[in-house]
Design a protein around this ligand. Structure first.
Ligand SMILES: [Zn+2]
Length: 167
């Protein structure tokens, strides 16, 4: 029984917060070449793929720090989509259970928690985010890498565990 399953099905939480943070070492590492195919690289594969896909947009940002910050925000969106795509959240929405997945990010530098304005409350919301991303060239194709990553994620669930808040 996963934390997510327990929270949604047993506790019936109404809000799931996917919270990333700026200055994330995992994101920094995703910009470097994989170094041996260990579990961490396996785990970072979808993040690496996202960084690769977003590289043209990131390249427009003026500094390395701004690129890293943006990548940390994009990772929140990626992880939010992963949570929204789980059978746990999808079936909650199918049975009209009220649950909203939010994307937040924490600044270690200033101690501020920011709401990225990403909020999914229904299957329709999740689908419209997917459409937006397809339009922006962000949709993930089903590749072997992704399939492997999904298998790994099925056990690990998240790059960082979501904070679950009952409200
Ligand atoms: Zn981190």
């Amino acid at each position: 029984l996963s934390v997510l399953e327990f929270a949604v099905e047993t506790l019936q939480v109404k809000h799931i917060i996917v919270c990333g943070h700026y200055g994330c070492g995992g994101i920094r590492r995703a910009f470097e070449p994989p170094d041996g195919g260990g579990l961490v690289d396996h785990w970072l594969a979808p993040v690496r793929e996202m960084c690769r896909r977003c590289a043209p947009d990131l390249a427009r940002l003026p500094t390395e720090a701004a690129r890293m910050d943006r990548a940390c925000e994009l990772n929140v969106e990626l992880q939010l989509r992963r949570v929204a795509a789980t059978p746990i959240v999808r079936s909650a929405w199918q049975r009209q259970q009220s649950v909203t997945v939010h994307g937040w990010i924490y600044g270690l530098g200033d101690g501020l928690l920011r709401d990225l304005g990403l909020k999914l409350s229904s299957l329709d919301d999740a689908e419209s985010l997917d459409r937006e991303n397809e339009y922006a060239g962000l949709a993930e194709p089903i590749t072997m890498v992704r399939r492997h990553a999904e298998e790994a994620f099925a056990g690990l669930t998240m790059l960082e565990p979501p904070l679950l808040e009952e409200g």
